[in-house]
Design a protein around this ligand. Structure first.
Ligand code: SF4
Length: 308
């Protein structure tokens, strides 16, 4: 038996395991042809409901169950609870959603039936906490930024005025009411009196951060919606990689900033688009598909059933 990475002879193998569909599978990975890089995986454990309930004989030594295991199981149960959705009380659009497929926004606003939920996977349900936690800590740091910089004799031009700012506005467009409401991460005040939206985005890996050369299109649309509800045309995006390997040392390549500004043409275009969705809802005419945006849509099954 070998450790992973040291397998170099046909006939050798190692014990591995992985989560699939929320279940832990253990495998003996057997090398059948090193030159061709062929591996033969033999699953020998029955898939279980939770990894903690699977005896991992070859991976971890047997140990008596402790009170910590009871707590672990309870936490796994907590994060197995599927996300809850509440019915919509009105037709409205949030800044983070305005770039979505028009049909998806239609379904969302008429409370159409979503695709059946995927089986809840505790670690996946815990994933958003990483980003949320970084948001909250950064907001706290930036609110305290002026005092800290002053105390250490550093000059500063920006200060965070407010975080988690809620905004809502109603626009009359082409004879219908368009409601945009949402929350931005923060509002910055520059020394010269200008205000900017501060929008934080997190990436899991540094390599994913390095790929970003400018904010993606849906983030730019978010800027337009923020401008409409907060009367602040400029947004400073802050992208941060959650991965901070120890070898990164002094090179600060875990964070990037971009500036995006909304124009009145962009705002009019967005309002006209959203007004079209409101009209579609009123006339019960399902908008056309936008097949480039299906990946994260929750209405794939319903959409596939529509004749058009
Ligand atoms: S499945 Fe695709 S086309 Fe259909 S509503 Fe969703 S995003 Fe739009």
């Amino acid at each position: 038996m070998s450790q992973r990475g040291s397998v170099n002879k046909i006939g050798e193998g190692y014990i591995d395991g992985s989560y699939m569909d929320g279940r832990f599978y253990e495998a003996f990975v057997f090398v059948s042809d090193v030159k061709e890089g062929k591996y033969l995986s033999l699953l020998f454990n029955e898939p279980g409901e939770r990894s903690s309930k699977i005896p991992r004989k070859s991976v971890e030594p047997e140990r008596p169950r402790t009170i910590a295991d009871d707590f672990h199981d309870q936490i796994e149960d907590l994060y197995s609870i599927p996300q809850e959705y509440w019915p919509r009380k009105e037709v409205r659009f949030s800044p983070s959603m305005v770039a979505k497929c028009e049909r998806e926004l239609y379904y969302l606003n008429v409370d159409a039936e979503k695709d059946p939920p995927q089986p809840a996977v505790p670690w996946k349900n815990r994933l958003p906490r990483n980003g949320e936690g970084v948001h909250q800590v950064t907001q706290k740091d930036y609110l305290a930024m002026p005092d800290k910089m002053k105390k250490h004799g550093k000059t500063y031009n920006f200060k965070m005025l407010q975080t988690e700012v809620i905004g809502r506005k109603v626009f009359e467009v082409d004879g219908v009411m368009v409601v945009i409401s949402g929350r931005c991460d923060g509002i910055l005040l520059h020394r010269d009196g200008r205000r900017f939206i501060w929008e934080k985005k997190t990436k899991d890996k540094r390599k994913n951060l390095q790929k970003i050369k400018e904010p993606q299109d849906d983030h730019k649309q978010q800027v337009v919606a923020y401008s409409l509800i907060f009367d602040i045309p400029g947004t400073i995006f802050e992208y941060e990689a959650l991965e901070k390997p120890p070898w990164m040392k002094d090179v600060s390549d875990d964070m990037k900033h971009f500036y995006v500004e909304s124009t009145s043409e962009m705002e009019q275009k967005l309002l006209t688009r959203l007004a079209g969705i409101v009209k579609a809802i009123e006339s019960k005419q399902v908008p056309p598909k936008d097949l480039d945006k299906c990946m994260f849509c929750s209405y794939k099954e319903l959409c596939a059933k529509e004749s058009n």
